[in-house]
Design a protein. Structure first.
Length: 286
């Protein structure tokens, strides 16, 4: 009676000709929930390439045809081709991880925000200045640093640039004045002193305005930027100062927050500012 060849199982391929170190190849299993395409595992006679259910359907017909037509060397060729394909797919993105953009890498590294470059400062435009900018963030500000506690002097510097277009005053300059006059802190009195007396020493006139939609609209319509002292918990654990620059086409406020890139990037409703404002100051050249 002729010897019958035992049907091959399409779920695995036995490699007798080569010894391959055992490893596991996956294709974005974690990201997509797919099972691994194949698993290489050692055996006494070689290495078994065990295909996942997703891969079996693609290889079963090939395996069946190879069994009917050929000796073991065809099996080795089929396995080698399948392995090569899997290696190529894995090399393209071995773990299915998204690529990191340069901006994402900077945020992950905890880099401090960048202010509007000095070369772009001009009269009639409020620059985006951040107290934690590397240019001045480490400067002493009372018992703290400008980067941690210097929203008020940074706000004054923004207003000064808007009114004059000059580049001789920076947040560090205003912080120096505050240090010399013992008002470099985040207490309400100190913040108000920096925003009023500190601004006056720079040749700015300061008017306290009522916290209302109408008062803010009138000041901005006159070309006068407004600094709002916001209550504790609005932008951080202490009172802070932000500069209201303009009203956009959706009747929302454009605000520069010295302590937050995110707050500066978004627009604010009038209610957000008015409901949180402890003080509002409108500025002009004296």
């Amino acid at each position: 009676m002729p010897h019958r060849r035992k049907p091959a199982k399409p779920a695995s391929i036995r490699l007798k000709a080569h010894r391959i170190p055992p490893t596991v190849l996956t294709r974005t299993a974690k990201a997509t929930g797919e099972a691994p395409l194949a698993v290489l595992s050692p055996s006494s006679s070689g290495v078994v390439l065990a295909l996942s259910p997703a891969s079996r359907a693609r290889t079963s017909r090939v395996a069946t045809a190879a069994t009917a037509l050929s000796p073991g060397w065809i099996w080795a060729a089929v396995a080698a081709a399948a392995l090569l394909l899997l290696l190529v797919l894995t090399a393209l993105n071995p773990f299915g991880q998204p690529q990191t953009t340069e901006a994402g890498a900077s945020a992950a590294a905890g880099q401090t925000p960048g202010s509007t470059p000095v070369a772009l400062w001009k009269k009639g435009a409020v620059p985006r200045l951040y107290s934690a900018d590397d240019q001045w963030g480490s400067e002493a500000y009372g018992a703290s640093t400008l980067g941690l506690s210097g929203a008020a002097p940074t706000a004054v510097a923004m207003v000064y640039v808007y009114e004059t277009g000059a580049t001789d005053v920076t947040p560090a300059s205003v912080a120096t004045w505050a240090n010399e006059h013992n008002v470099a802190s985040t207490s309400p009195d100190a913040i108000n002193t920096v925003l009023t007396e500190g601004a006056s020493t720079l040749g700015l006139s300061v008017d306290s305005i009522e916290p209302s939609n109408i008062a803010i609209r009138q000041a901005l319509a006159q070309g006068r930027p407004v600094v709002a002292v916001l209550a504790q918990g609005t932008t951080g654990p202490v009172e802070s100062a932000v500069v209201i620059c303009a009203i956009d086409q959706d009747s929302r406020l454009v605000v520069n927050d010295p302590t937050s890139v995110e707050n500066t990037a978004r627009t604010w409703s009038f209610d957000e500012v008015v409901d949180s404002a402890k003080e509002l100051y409108a500025y002009a050249l004296a």
